[in-house]
Design a protein around this ligand. Structure first.
Ligand SMILES: Nc1ncnc2c1ncn2[C@@H]1O[C@H](COP(=O)(O)OP(=O)(O)OP(=O)(O)O)[C@@H](O)[C@H]1O
Ligand SMILES: [Mg+2]
Length: 238
């Protein structure tokens, strides 16, 4: 049905998805394991509002990382769509997707994923540099925010785990992305570093106004979320 402008205006708030920043509809993903086709994401629909902090929980193997990969268009679904700010990601070619990942998304992974030959400052600057929008003042601001001024010229292999993840957090937020995806960002850290990294991630995303989707096993983190989604055997528990 097509609504005329006057009808649309008088229609009460249709559903929460209309306003969502990210909308996933009916996602399915299968993988081939030997002779068998295994269904690992089953009819998953979900949304993330602008600025919202969503946590995804669930047992090991329930499909959390796979789902995050689909939401971030790092991986393709067999069927279903992901829309970010009104754009259907699966309809875009690889160049357009790469551009959206650079401009609109930030990523933090359990194993840090820093570029090994770049210094802390260069890693943080990287999203701005590849977008040809270098901004040394913004990089300095982020280095200070994650308290790595004394490490700015260090390489990742010269850093502790906490320092590496603080670098990754700064890199994820440096270009004011609309949404940040984090897969067990504190999974490789001790409790003190985990708390510090998570607090930085929350503080910076508050400043930037990004939405945040975090896969975690940490109940304390789930308590801080606006909304918790639980996965079970490839599906979202209702
Ligand atoms: N490329 C693949 N080939 C075969 N099976 C896969 C592949 N990727 C994921 N799986 C399977 O799909 C299921 C979901 O995996 P996924 O990594 O999404 O789980 P998860 O919830 O992130 O688990 P964890 O908490 O251990 O990280 C698992 O059973 C996994 O073995
Ligand atoms: Mg996982």
């Amino acid at each position: 049905m097509t609504l005329s402008p006057s009808m649309a205006a008088s229609t009460p708030k249709a559903n929460s998805k209309t306003q969502a920043l990210l909308t996933a509809s009916q996602l399915n993903k299968t993988v081939q394991v030997g002779e068998q086709k295994l269904s690992i994401i089953k009819d998953v629909s979900m949304y993330v509002n602008a600025g919202e902090f969503v946590v995804i929980m669930g047992k090991s193997g329930s499909g959390k990382s796979t789902l995050l990969g689909l939401l971030a268009a790092l991986d393709y679904p067999d069927s279903g769509t992901v829309e970010l700010a009104g754009q259907t990601l699966s309809s875009l070619d690889e160049d357009a997707l790469a551009f959206i990942r650079q401009q609109e998304m930030g990523f933090v992974f359990q194993s840090f994923h820093l570029l090994p030959t770049l210094t802390v400052a260069e890693n943080i600057a990287f999203p701005l540099d590849i977008a040809r929008r270098p901004n040394p003042a913004r990089v300095d601001e982020l280095i200070d925010a994650v308290d790595l001024g004394h490490r700015r010229h260090s390489l990742p292999n010269q850093l502790s785990g906490g320092e590496q993840q603080r670098t990754a957090v700064a890199r994820a937020l440096v270009s004011h992305p609309k949404i940040v995806f984090a897969d067990e960002p504190t999974g490789n850290l001790d409790e003190q570093n985990a708390n510090q990294v998570m607090q930085l991630l929350l503080d910076l995303r508050q400043q930037v106004g990004s939405a945040l989707v975090v896969v975690t096993h940490d109940p304390a983190l789930a308590e801080m979320a606006d909304r918790v989604i639980t996965m079970h055997d490839g599906r979202i528990d209702e």
